[in-house]
Design a protein around this ligand. Structure first.
Ligand SMILES: Nc1ncnc2c1ncn2[C@@H]1O[C@H](COP(=O)(O)OP(=O)(O)OP(=O)(O)O)[C@@H](O)[C@H]1O
Length: 251
């Protein structure tokens, strides 16, 4: 089996004359926590959207688990084992944590889940999956609480839980700590580190303490391209990274 679960080659996306992504060659090793960092506007979110299928690249290709998925629809990528975290705005605020997760598990079955013949067996499986994920994300104490009544930090944890319901091989997390209070960040940090034990995790993240403590590999982007890639020690000590974040005055 190939060591890399995801590989991009020459991946680019242009908005008119502007290259939001230049030509990105990225390799993500199976079972690793791989973080993409970079200053504002570096192209991280654009890359993320190309990987999940929300944006169509203008050039290059993407291989996932040995298959070329460059033109594949987002839902097919989920079925193939790639799952992105949901946004708080996609949580059902008036439904409990358990119900949100049960529906996310049901979503795996697509339109089949709406069928009259959809069996009680399936419904039980989805409920069991929700219970399993609740334990994993440690939200057992609020399993019956409406999502809308959770703290912001708990809602963000639930978003990650929703992504786990499709049994992904690879999880993509877009700024999982954004908007979180400092007290909630260690919980998210620990959750991602634990998920990294049996998933490949790719994340975009600005919180450097989290990034440096849990990443196996870090890719630094700048102006739509990869500036450098390395382990946390290599990246944190690299002058080019400081310069990219601080601008020319950082040299
Ligand atoms: N729909 C769009 N049309 C034109 N330009 C866009 C569009 N979306 C993004 N861009 C530009 O592409 C560049 C890369 O944006 P992107 O959101 O990928 O950066 P980012 O690294 O995720 O930044 P941040 O950390 O601020 O979220 C930015 O200059 C942005 O203004």
């Amino acid at each position: 089996m190939n060591d890399y679960i995801l590989e991009t080659e020459g991946l680019g996306l242009r908005y008119g004359a502007f290259a939001a992504l230049g030509s990105v060659d990225l390799k993500i090793r199976r079972g690793s926590i791989h973080t993409v960092i970079g200053p504002n506007g570096a192209g991280k979110t654009t890359l993320f959207h190309c990987l999940t299928g929300e944006r169509k690249p203008s050039s290059g290709n993407i291989q996932f688990a040995g298959t070329n998925i460059t033109s594949q629809a987002a839902h097919k990528r989920v079925a193939a084992g790639m799952s992105r975290s949901f946004q708080i705005t996609s949580l059902f605020q008036n439904l409990s944590v358990h119900e949100n997760l049960r529906l996310a598990a049901q979503g795996r079955d697509g339109l089949g889940a709406l069928s009259f013949w959809y069996s009680d067996q399936h419904r039980r499986e989805h409920s069991d999956k929700a219970d399993e994920v609740i334990e994993r994300i440690k939200l057992g104490a609020v399993a019956d609480t409406c999502a809308g009544e959770l703290s912001h930090g708990q809602q963000r944890v639930l978003e990650v839980g929703m992504a786990l319901c499709s049994n992904p091989q690879m999880l993509l997390l877009d700024e999982p700590t954004s908007g979180m209070g400092v007290d909630d960040i260690p919980v998210m940090t620990q959750l991602i580190a634990e998920l990294g034990r049996d998933h490949t995790v790719m994340l975009i993240e600005h919180n450097m303490r989290l990034v440096m403590s849990i990443s196996d590999r870090i890719t630094v982007m700048h102006q739509g391209n990869i500036l450098i890639e390395g382990d946390p020690d290599e990246v944190s000590g690299d002058k080019r990274v400081k310069k990219a974040y601080l601008g020319e005055s950082g040299s």
